[in-house]
Design a protein around this ligand. Structure first.
Ligand code: B12
Length: 321
């Protein structure tokens, strides 16, 4: 079938849909060819973004189409297995976990609804991973920004975790200039693998950690933000500031559909060569289902006190307890 035949076919289908009332002509599309101005009728329709194409008819058709499918995330917990042997059992199983079960299938494939949900969840993950933490949020807490040795954006950040563990020279100079040294607690915020996680939790957890430390009589250093951060960057921070305890709030790797989970990685007097065995982590910090950020903040301060008391963190702290 050539382009002309295809366009004739599209025209015919659109005309038929219009005649049946299934599609409407949007007011804004006046002047566009009748064949290319279809809008599926739905109150929750999602406008499509124009795609790059050389065909003006196709361009115009795409830019004026809307999707009328319901939001797939609203039926996340609907069992999609056809004729389950034990419907109540399946329901109970699905209620007991956030894992992707009971998804059903069409032949050997996922159902369309499940596939759309999967793609929507994947988009949430990509958004959280690839965008930057909102500057306004960092300003709210007077966090200045320094960067690791990543120079090639998020793509390089993903491919080179080793560079995300090292502060660049500017960062070292700025931290040396701005930060109070030899403090009891040094708080650092890093984007990690999810900007959404920092945005979802920082407003709640930051004041709790700061006030908690101060109430416990601990000196609280000058907090700052590290862009393109990995957990290991704590070692550089420890070497520069010489605090007793470093607390690094960082975005966790997003799960499908869940991007707001944050961790607090902690270490006692972190230094070059320290590994995860020298660190502790309070993970899954998020509201509604995870460790509530307010409680998480209080817990983090308790761990900092314990680290100072035993002069240890990680495996050594466990052995000291
Ligand atoms: C990815 C991951 C790993 C990867 C890390 C490799 C990598 N470069 O990404 C691997 C598979 C190696 C791993 C191993 C382990 N992990 Co792990 N891991 C995760 C996961 C899924 C994401 C972490 C993340 O997003 N980090 C943020 C990014 C920015 O950090 P990063 O610098 O890229 O990577 C560092 C951290 O991920 C860190 N890390 C990963 N796991 C752990 C666990 C502990 C206790 C510590 C201190 C550090 C640490 O190691 C990486 C290198 O420094 C989390 C789940 C979650 N909800 O957080 C579990 C999680 C953090 N891991 C956990 C555990 C228990 C472990 C292991 C101890 C399992 C085991 N029994 O062997 C080991 C030990 C870790 C170590 N490095 O020594 C638990 C921690 C529970 C807790 N509160 O103590 C979590 C929360 C999973 C869970 N729900 O049980 N892990």
């Amino acid at each position: 079938m050539d382009d002309t035949q295809l366009n004739t076919l599209v025209d015919a289908i659109v005309r038929e849909l219009k005649a049946s009332g299934a599609v409407k002509t949007p007011a804004s599309s006046a002047g566009t060819p009748a064949s290319a101005s279809a809008t599926l009728s739905s109150s929750s329709a999602v406008p499509l973004k124009p795609q790059s194409s050389n065909s003006p008819i196709l361009q115009s058709l795409i830019s004026s189409l809307s999707i009328d499918l319901p939001d797939p995330t609203l039926s996340r917990s609907t069992p999609r297995v056809k004729n389950p042997k034990d419907a109540n059992g399946l329901r109970a199983l699905m209620d007991s976990t956030t894992a992707r079960i009971g998804v059903g299938r069409a032949g050997p494939r996922y159902s369309t609804a499940e596939w759309l949900l999967f793609q929507g969840d994947h988009a949430v993950t990509q958004d959280a991973l690839y965008r930057d933490v909102d500057q306004k949020l960092l300003d709210e807490f007077n966090l200045f920004t320094v960067q690791t040795k990543i120079t090639g954006g998020k793509q390089e950040y993903l491919l080179r975790p080793d560079l995300g563990r090292l502060l660049n020279d500017d960062a070292k100079r700025i931290i040396n200039e701005k930060c109070q040294k030899n403090v009891n607690v040094q708080l650092v915020v890093g984007d990690g693998l999810s900007a959404a996680a920092i945005e979802a939790n920082l407003r709640q957890i930051f004041p709790v950690i700061r006030q908690g430390a101060q109430t416990a009589g601990l000196t609280f250093g000058t907090p700052f933000f590290v862009k393109y951060a990995r957990v290991g960057v704590m070692n550089d921070v420890g070497e520069l500031i010489k605090p007793d305890v470093v607390i690094l709030l960082i975005g966790e790797r997003p799960g499908l559909g869940r991007a707001e989970s944050m961790s607090a990685y902690m270490g006692y007097k972190p230094k070059y060569g320290d590994t995860d065995a020298d660190r502790d982590v309070v993970c899954n910090i998020f509201e509604n289902g995870g460790t509530n950020p307010l409680e998480g903040g209080a817990f983090v301060v308790q761990i900092a006190q314990k680290m100072r008391k035993h002069q240890a963190s990680g495996v050594k702290l466990k052995l000291a307890n």
